[in-house]
Design a protein around this ligand. Structure first.
Ligand SMILES: *Cc1c(COP(=O)(O)O)cnc(C)c1O
Length: 355
């Protein structure tokens, strides 16, 4: 782009690098363990729901802007009221809506680090400041008391990425009482975990929970996420979102997926089992593995650099995520895949580590 075309672009946008999502290779058979997709297909009810949505003239008309059926189903499953739910085109859309609604230009977004890199990108787009607070190591906890005042929004991924670790409910409740502004608890991976923050919604009105159907529900390609928050907050957020941010097919798919909790618990059980096997396999091969409550594990090693391991795996068509944080260091984040994928990974690692 020539400079004269670019010049009306806001300086905040020109100054930023932009978010880089994990690679989605085109063509070729890759074992994809880099973006935490689910190795199992979505519930059979999802396919049925999409098929029925294609019948008649539903595609010709706009979708329900508020996703009434989805909200009713999700509310029942979660034990909340339908008007506490906001639908989104992926939970990233929800995070964008929250940023637009709560953060003025020059405002402050805060997050513990290392964590989901998108939070910084959202601050940059908004022209807001971004402040990180390092997790306390080795247990990935947060400092007490929380050291930041004046945040417009505080993001905590729980379970966290890349670590897969979780803050306790007690810690989250304390955080919610200490932060200024809303505490957004990003629960993209919570269906794999031992607890979630839903009980806090009744106690702390500044708690906003975000959920995704991309990981536990095997619907990353559909783009659907939602927020659970105080009904008054949800009403305000509805003004900020695109009127039709979720389409007819994604609404049908998401409603069917939430409606099949038995299928969810079956796939989650399989992944949790396979995660234990993956962790053991990595420990046996001298990786330091962080105990994970998500569908991936974070592993590092002190005896050799991990980047060449990532590269060698990629050469043999196994993709994992190499992460390098300026304030922390690097490691590999490996998605829990199907048993045969985990087998291939172990075999490849043996070859690479023998070098
Ligand atoms: C994957 C992920 C999301 C985004 O989920 P989508 O619903 O696919 O947009 C949000 N937060 C974290 C921490 C994630 O890892």
């Amino acid at each position: 782009m020539s400079p004269d075309v670019a010049s009306p672009i806001r300086p905040a946008i020109r100054a930023m690098a932009g978010y880089t999502p994990g690679e989605q290779p085109r063509g070729g058979e890759f074992i994809k363990l880099n973006t935490n997709e689910n190795p199992y297909p979505p519930s059979p009810r999802v396919f049925e729901a999409i098929r029925s949505a294609l019948i008649g003239d539903r595609l010709r008309k706009y979708p329900d802007p508020l996703g009434t059926d989805f909200r009713r189903t999700a509310a029942k499953v979660l034990g909340v009221e339908p008007d506490m739910i906001l639908i989104g085109n992926g939970s990233d859309d929800i995070l964008t809506i929250l940023t637009r609604a709560f953060v003025p230009e020059g405002g402050l977004i805060v997050s513990p680090t290392p964590s989901y890199v998108l939070y910084r990108t959202l601050a940059e787009i908004q022209g807001a400041r971004f402040q990180t607070i390092p997790y306390t190591m080795p247990d990935w906890d947060v400092p007490s008391p929380w050291p930041v005042r004046g945040a417009s929004l505080t993001f905590v991924a729980n379970p966290n990425s890349p670590s897969g670790t979780m803050l306790s409910l007690e810690t989250l409740e304390r955080l919610a009482s200490e932060v200024d502004g809303p505490l957004v608890i990003d629960e993209a991976y919570v269906d794999f975990a031992d607890w979630n923050a839903l009980p806090l919604l009744k106690k702390r009105r500044n708690v906003i929970i975000t959920r995704s159907l991309s990981k536990s529900y095997s619907l990353a390609g559909i783009r659907f996420g939602f927020a659970i928050a105080d009904a008054g907050v949800v009403r305000e957020l509805e003004k900020v979102k695109d009127s039709y941010n979720c389409d007819v097919l994604s609404l049908a798919a998401a409603t069917a997926a939430l409606g099949d909790q038995e299928y969810l618990s079956q796939t989650v059980d399989r992944i949790r089992r396979e995660k234990r096997a993956l962790s053991d396999a990595l420990v046996r091969r001298s990786f330091a593995v962080t105990p994970s409550q998500a569908n991936f594990v974070w592993c590092r090693r002190s005896d050799r650099p991990v980047k060449p391991i990532y590269e060698a795996l990629k050469e043999s068509r196994i993709l994992v995520r190499y992460m390098n944080y300026a304030d922390y260091g690097d490691g590999l984040r490996i998605t829990v895949g199907a048993p045969e994928e985990m087998q291939s990974l172990s075999e490849r690692l043996d070859g690479i580590l023998a070098r």
